[in-house]
Design a binder for this molecule. Structure first.
Ligand SMILES: *[C@@H]1O[C@H](CO)[C@@H](O)[C@H](O)[C@H]1NC(C)=O
Ligand SMILES: *[C@@H]1O[C@H](CO)[C@@H](O)[C@H](O)[C@H]1NC(C)=O
Ligand SMILES: [Zn+2]
Length: 401
């Protein structure tokens, strides 16, 4: 079995989202605020509930671009605002629905593996089960946790040797990746136990499938008006320490209490069962081209920051070599914004896991969440380059001690 096909296919699956809510004539703007007043205005738009503005990336600072999707009935308003405030404006997409439709063209399968991009949660779970049957000596199906709506959060454990137990790697969420085989990859595959969970938020995933392509949160009914909490602001480590919201109607609602979401609570229990065995915890998100290091709740550099930062730089260098794609490396707090209650902060803080990274994959906002299919394979290959570098560099850094 080609190990990385499994990793790669599993992770890519998470991006196979189809859509029902339509975004006809929604426009995507890139706005770069030039002064404090412009930031203030954009922040007001960002925080206005039910305004229809959908911020794909947050309002941060002067000179930092913000990606905002604007419904047709707000376009005139936004165009007027752009004229009044000091902001650079680029129209990135005329019609977001066109882009979603373009994403809808099925991918050709290669070598019997691969898939189209439109797997439902049921298909993904069936596929995980198939893998565990087909490669039963190596792959075990795992029930990691469960959700508010009663779904099971499935993953697989890939293990070539019982001796690897204390050398485990946990992969959360999705990556655009594909097949790539050589001796180094094979060696790394066989030296660790791999826990892979392609869909950490199945309720939200299913909803994004059936109803709204742009859904991000869980589906727990926290208020009459607004559903869900941000599952990556809900973990019980310096929860509510900045960069979250108290309002259920925001995308970064932290939940009423830590681990209020059944999915995060149950997955935390599962991760705890292997926490002391983890050498690495890596989560995959999109977009922005960042390789992020804990922490999000504080700007202090804690634990093995220097080691992980240096490895991260080498990983980004390796990633850039293939196509020149540039990643920035740094802590969540310093590189993007304060954000507390993430799974990465929790794992790092509770288990002091040596390697903890969060990838924000391609792109830098040109297509944002709707990356064109032809970028999947390149993204996969370059990400894998960096991924392998992380493990090689880590092994070097501990053997040189
Ligand atoms: C799982 O295996 C069954 C039986 O071989 C097959 O019919 C089905 O298409 C497979 N499903 C997936 C998602 O791979
Ligand atoms: C893992 O570490 C624990 C605690 O140090 C030890 O008891 C166990 O034998 C180790 N397992 C393997 C497979 O090395
Ligand atoms: Zn994300």
């Amino acid at each position: 079995m080609k190990f990385f096909i499994i990793i790669v296919l599993l992770l890519t699956i998470g991006h196979s989202i189809s859509e029902k809510v339509r975004y006809d004539n929604y426009k995507l703007y890139k706005l770069t605020p030039k002064n404090v007043e412009a930031i203030q205005v954009l922040k007001e738009l960002e925080e206005a509930a039910f305004s229809g503005y959908n911020f794909w990336s947050p309002v941060l600072a002067i000179g930092m671009p913000v990606h905002v999707m604007v419904p047709p009935y707000r376009v005139n308003e936004l165009e007027n605002i752009i004229k009044i405030i000091d902001v650079d404006s680029v129209l990135l997409m005329e019609n977001v629905q066109d882009q979603i439709d373009a994403e809808d063209r099925p991918q050709t399968r290669d070598e019997g593996f691969g898939w189209t991009r439109y797997n439902t949660l049921d298909e993904i779970n069936a596929w995980l089960r198939n893998l565990s049957v087909q490669y039963s000596s190596v792959v075990t199906l795992i029930q990691g946790g469960s959700t508010h709506e009663g779904r099971i959060i499935y993953g697989v454990k890939v293990s070539y040797s019982p001796n690897n137990a204390n050398n485990s790697v946990f992969l959360e969420s999705n990556i655009h990746a594909r097949e790539c085989t050589n001796a180094v990859i094979r060696r790394i595959a066989e030296s660790y136990d791999w826990y892979v969970f392609p869909v950490f938020n199945p309720d939200g995933f299913e909803y994004s499938h059936t109803t709204d392509r742009m859904w991000r949160k869980t589906r727990y009914p926290h208020s009459i008006l607004c559903t869900g909490a941000d599952p990556n602001r809900n973990w019980d480590y310096f929860w509510n320490h900045g960069g979250t919201s108290n309002s259920p109607c925001t995308e970064i609602y932290r939940g009423p209490v830590p681990f209020s979401e059944p999915s995060t609570r149950s997955m935390a229990e599962f991760i705890s069962s292997v926490g002391d065995q983890l050498v690495a915890y890596i989560s995959f998100h999109s977009f922005s081209q960042l390789l992020l290091i804990p922490y999000g709740y504080t700007d202090e550099h804690l634990d093995n920051y220097e080691q992980i930062y240096q490895i991260g730089l080498k990983a980004a260098e390796a990633l850039a070599q293939r196509y020149g794609t540039e990643y920035r490396v740094g802590t969540v707090y310093e590189t993007i914004y304060p954000a507390s209650g993430s799974s990465a902060d929790w794992v790092k803080g509770v288990f002091n896991t040596p390697i903890v990274y969060t990838y924000e994959l391609r792109d830098q906002g040109q297509y944002g969440f709707i990356l064109p299919p032809e970028q999947i394979i390149p993204t996969a290959l370059e990400t894998l380059d960096s991924f392998i570098t992380i493990f090689l560099e880590y092994e070097n850094s501990i053997s040189n001690k």
